[in-house]
Design a protein around this ligand. Structure first.
Ligand code: DC
Length: 217
């Protein structure tokens, strides 16, 4: 299907500000935003909920293929609202393993491409968007920030603003798994997709980053 508007791919590590940027761009451009990390989190949450071992690759793959993930407005798993539940520390600690499962990735990428093809436009954010999900995006952004700033943001999101050091440690472990896995690892900023613009959001407000990206479009 042809384009109905721009396709924007946003990649980068946790806490870089991808979701904030994606949502703001979507509003400005009159398109929808897709948080692909939330999809991997939904599979991880469903595995924990059903007592499936996140390391059991076959069982998690079967779950990924069968689970119904509602991605409009509130996030739903098989009809249950899990918007907050997928951001828990428990999900944080197993989601990288789930996202490293090649069969899970294959299924999620298929659903993400379908989302895009139905709409013909949109802002998609994750780790493999520019390289795998939407390599023909009109604009590819690699968003990053210093690890302290990223941990600060995530700690506030988790409601534990005093625990930045602990969050930073867990986050860097997750980023390491995401960057070193065999299938579609998160590339470092200097080796991201051809044509991608790299933006460091350290010390920048959300509006500043939005304007910077729109200037490239
Ligand atoms: O962006 P996030 O922290 O919500 O992502 C959750 C996990 O999913 C994280 O471990 C990275 C992984 N992920 C991925 O592998 N590919 C994507 N396109 C999006 C997220």
């Amino acid at each position: 299907m042809g384009r109905s508007g721009p396709v924007i791919a946003i990649d980068g590590p946790s806490g870089a500000g991808k979701s904030t940027l994606a949502n703001a761009l979507a509003i400005r451009l009159g398109v929808e935003a897709l948080d692909t990390g939330a999809m991997y989190r939904a599979v991880a949450w469903a595995a924990l909920d059903r007592g499936i071992d996140p390391h059991d690759a076959e069982a998690v793959a079967a779950l990924a293929r069968s689970v119904n993930i509602g991605i409009d407005d509130a996030l739903q798993v098989d009809g249950r609202e899990v918007t907050d539940a997928i951001r828990s520390g428990e999900v944080d600690s197993v989601v990288s393993v789930v996202a490293a499962n090649p069969a899970v990735r294959e299924e999620m990428v298929r659903r993400q491409r379908e989302w895009l093809s139905v709409r013909g436009a949109g802002v998609i954010e994750g780790r493999d968007i520019a390289n795998v999900v939407a390599p023909d995006a009109d604009l590819k952004v690699y968003l990053t920030a210093s690890s302290t700033v990223r941990a600060d943001r995530r700690a506030s999101q988790l409601g534990m603003p005093g625990d930045t050091a602990l969050v930073e440690e867990q986050m860097s472990l997750r980023d390491r798994v995401d960057s070193t896995r065999a299938v579609s690892p998160l590339a470092p900023p200097g080796a991201t997709a051809p044509g991608a613009i790299v933006i460091d959001s350290t010390g920048k407000g959300p509006d500043e980053v939005v304007e910077e990206v729109l200037a490239w479009l």
